[in-house]
Design a protein around this ligand. Structure first.
Ligand SMILES: [Zn+2]
Length: 455
């Protein structure tokens, strides 16, 4: 007999970050509880956010957690889950498992600093991170894991970042598919995402549920034009970039363009110790990259390196960048300028007219990156008033996320009977929900955080 299945959208509903979904299967003593993701909620107003709020379930009761990928908003609260008694199984792909300690060591510092600002206790520390990452078991794509009798989970390539996964839960012959963050087709570095078959219930992301990206080719051309412009104006090209995937996409494009002579070879600083560690994981797993990139590797090219690239790790190396005159490129985190080394470079270079700032990723409302993107003439950076005289450009084509068309296409191909739209701001999620229900005769809901649905 088919058991009762309940889905609770604990976090990450009507919100891009904080991915955390609970599935309860059956009743009473045989109840099976599965989590998909356990992510940080991110944004500028940390104190109002929810990372220290109690989980809506008891971590001790969870049988298994599956991670879609290693972005902090999908894994960043796992150490707290462990600290609060989680003793179940934890699964992820091999690259996700390797990226997790790197990403979590970074978020532990970030959340400790934020908690201090809010006079709050940090939700976890490095000991919890160490315990958490030891619990994760790597599983390959498309190899099923049995969680309990009649409850099986399978990961499929999500085409979003290295090792990213779609999670399919097969329960008593019914299939629930969670996209996690879904990549676009074609993706830049990783193979294009799969379309899991026989999906009955689809839980889809909607970060760009109401937008269409420019093409990768257009954005590549815009990046190379910005490089040429900085050369002719003898200025700095600032690129705030997420350390995981976006930075590697940009490095790989610069590597190809320099090799083919389509841009001059100017100093490029990758000013992010985090991105340096992440790039090492990419180098270890060419098998998780798309065929074109694997072919470059097979010919002896390192797609993430070229002679004029400097990876600046120590703070003194980072500070020394400002002494380098002439045209140069600085790639640094954080991608939304809410922390990290990019802020110091912004304070220095935004007032200069020959600076170009290239925004290559999503900018959450309230973040410094969003204010600059929206055309602020003056911004506050760590207590200093900074004039923005730089040219600000935005390209959408390096996004590692599916856009509205990709998401509708995904829903069309997997053809579920029921859809829940999550992981997007309300406007984007609602728009996508209307699109999907307008195209196909299917029940679509946009749940709120904390809501439970019987499936
Ligand atoms: Zn992601």
């Amino acid at each position: 007999m088919a058991r009762k299945i309940k889905a609770t959208f604990a976090r990450g509903a009507r919100r891009v970050t904080g991915s955390n979904f609970l599935f309860e299967i059956g009743e009473g003593e045989d109840l099976v509880r599965i989590l998909v993701d356990c992510g940080l909620t991110q944004g500028e107003r940390f104190c109002e956010l929810t990372n220290s709020e109690p989980f809506s379930y008891n971590p001790k009761d969870i049988d298994a957690v599956f991670f879609t990928h290693a972005h902090a908003d999908h894994i960043g609260l796992f150490p707290r889950l462990v600290k609060e008694g989680f003793k179940g199984k934890a699964y992820a792909t091999q690259p996700t498992k390797e990226l997790m300690p790197i990403m979590l060591e970074d978020s532990v510092q970030l959340i400790a600093a934020e908690a201090k600002k809010c006079n709050d206790e940090p939700p976890y520390d490095t000991t919890d991170v160490e315990r958490a990452v030891r619990m994760v078991e790597a599983i390959p794509y498309e190899k099923s894991v049995t969680v309990a009798n009649g409850v099986v989970a399978t990961l499929y390539n999500a085409g979003h970042i290295l090792g990213s996964a779609i999670v399919a839960l097969d329960i008593d012959g019914r299939r629930i598919v969670l996209t996690g963050d879904l990549g676009r087709r074609p993706a830049a570095l990783v193979p294009d995402h799969e379309f899991p078959k026989d999906t009955e219930i689809l839980i889809t992301e909607s970060v760009y549920g109401n937008r269409v990206h420019g093409s990768l080719e257009e954005s590549t051309e815009a990046l190379l034009d910005a490089v040429r412009g900085s050369v002719s104006r003898n200025g700095t090209l600032l690129i705030p970039a997420f350390s995981l995937e976006r930075t590697q996409i940009i490095l790989s494009i610069l590597d190809s363009a320099i090799a083919s002579g389509s841009i001059p070879e100017i100093p490029v600083f990758m000013d992010s110790p985090l991105a340096a560690k992440v790039t090492e994981v990419y180098r270890r797993h060419p098998d998780f990259l798309r065929e074109e990139v694997r072919a470059r590797v097979a010919q002896g090219d390192d797609p993430f390196s070229f002679p004029s690239l400097r990876m600046t790790v120590s703070p003194s190396e980072s500070r020394a960048i400002s002494g380098v005159s002439g045209a140069k490129i600085i790639i640094a985190g954080a991608g939304m300028s809410h922390g990290g080394r990019i802020r110091r470079h912004e304070a220095e270079y935004l007032p200069q007219k020959n600076t170009t700032m290239l925004l290559v990723g999503y900018q959450v409302p309230g973040s410094l990156g969003r204010r600059i993107m929206d055309g602020a003439k003056e911004v506050d950076i760590d207590g200093q008033k900074i004039k923005v005289r730089a040219k600000v450009l935005k390209v959408g084509g390096f996004s590692a996320h599916a856009d509205r068309n990709d998401l509708v296409h995904f829903a069309e191909v997997v053809h579920p009977k029921r859809v829940f739209v999550v992981l997007g701001e309300t406007e984007a999620a609602t728009f996508l929900a209307q699109r999907i229900s307008g195209f196909y005769d299917v029940d679509v809901d946009v749940p709120r955080e904390g809501e439970t649905y019987e499936l």
